[in-house]
Design a protein around this ligand. Structure first.
Ligand code: GTP
Ligand code: MG
Length: 379
């Protein structure tokens, strides 16, 4: 037996058996004798573990852990490192009611502003891309759906600077239009309204303006400060004007980041690829991400093995507001998870492993928690 049982809240009989050099069955038996009926996977709270140590005649001490919130603090510090600031491109999300033309607009933008200048017709590989307009860069996140947008925000990832609200001029304000307004307001992003489908016979852009005033979106020609652009995503009418307005809005916001620090940002999406293993689309929000960087992403970690842009082309560095697809992680993180680069692989590994353990313990606690308090209820 060790002199002191160094434990973590939420450990189970198996974990404790390892530390105490005892079979889990013995631990379970002892707990039973102490009045606690558990199986070897059930997590135990502090009190139960201390009673057990006491019964073994040894001291107990809770282990100091790098807890998840500490690392969250670290993320925030990385994000707020203001030593050096440089302008960065805006990150734009397009939202709106079903069938109002979000995908058509994104497709038009992509076809007219990315693939045209590249080796023609390469299909977009990831759910985000950058396009060039007027010598400047704009990052578009492929509309993740309202639910995903909210989910990401709930996980602490505020990735969008500007929301483009697409409203079809022949349909007007619909339930999901209102939802999108609520999401954008909650995220405190400015809204630019793209009144779409103005090429259609029944289009009535003025009606859309009047409707939106009820939601606090007042156009400039009515004395407000919301930018409206009448467009046809299908024909491309006024789409350049929309881009101008996005850049104008972003100039006003004076968006900045420090490209000289370690890379940090958020997961846009992630999946397991048969050949490549875990693949994550990241949005760099601070610093510069390099291939080879030791990285912690949510509860996963690794080294950035490969990094590709939206066209699937290999790149080696990514500056703020750049979306990239990376490989090299030991697991699949979740959308909205944050990532940060560490100076050396050992620290990244330690932090990553601690985070994974914490997350596992946390999940176990949620699932099957046995405490001295609820013990009697269950018997
Ligand atoms: P969801 O992804 O289902 O929410 O829809 P969406 O907002 O992405 O709409 P989508 O781009 O799929 O467009 C819906 C329909 O409207 C398609 O048939 C488009 O061709 C048509 N459409 C989109 N924009 C325009 C436009 O500017 N003019 C006209 N005439 N049709 C358009
Ligand atoms: Mg769509």
């Amino acid at each position: 037996l060790p002199e002191v049982l160094v434990y973590q809240d939420g450990m189970n009989a198996q974990d404790l058996g390892k530390i105490l050099h005892r079979e889990p069955a013995e631990i379970i038996k002892k707990l039973f004798m102490l009045g606690m009926m558990v199986n070897q996977n059930q997590s135990l709270d502090k009190d139960a573990i201390e009673v057990l140590a006491d019964d073994y005649g040894i001291k107990s001490q809770e282990k100091e852990t790098v807890n998840v919130s500490d690392i969250d603090k670290f993320f925030e510090e990385e994000e707020q490192n203001k030593d050096y600031q440089a302008p960065r491109p805006p990150v734009v999300t397009i939202m709106g009611h079903v069938d109002h033309g979000k995908t058509t607009l994104l497709d038009y933008l992509r076809d007219s502003h990315i693939t045209a200048g590249e080796a023609g017709g390469i299909t977009q590989a990831i759910g985000a891309y950058q396009l060039h307009h007027d010598g400047k860069i704009i990052t578009f996140l492929d509309t993740p759906g309202h639910a995903a947008f909210t989910e990401m925000r709930a996980r602490g990832a505020n990735v969008t600077d500007i929301t483009v609200l697409v409203v079809a001029a022949d349909d007007g304000v619909m339930p999901q239009t209102v939802e999108a307004i609520d999401h954008a307001k909650a995220a405190q992003t400015p809204i630019i309204v793209a009144v779409n489908k103005i090429d259609k016979a029944g289009a009535n852009p003025n009606h859309v303006k009047e409707q939106l005033m009820n939601y606090g979106l007042v156009p400039e020609d009515y004395g407000g400060d919301t930018i409206f652009v009448d467009i046809s995503a299908k024909n491309g009418t006024n789409v350049d004007e929309l881009l101008n307005m996005i850049l104008l809005q972003s100039d006003v916001m004076e968006l900045q980041a420090n490209p000289k620090q370690n890379g940090a940002g958020s997961v846009i999406e992630a999946r397991l690829d048969r050949g490549k293993g875990p693949v994550a689309t990241l949005l760099v929000q601070q610093g510069t991400l390099h291939t080879g960087d030791p990285i912690v992403v949510g509860d996963t970690f690794g080294r950035v093995r490969t990094m590709a842009n939206e066209l699937g082309q290999d790149i080696t560095t990514a500056t703020p507001a750049t979306p990239v697809e990376i490989t090299g992680l030991n697991g699949v993180p979740e959308a909205g998870d944050r990532f940060v680069v560490f100076n050396d692989e050992k620290t990244a590994r330690t932090a990553g492993e601690e985070r994974a353990k914490e997350a596992q313990l946390e999940e176990r606690k949620q699932n099957n928690r046995v405490t001295l308090d609820n013990l009697f209820d269950s018997m």
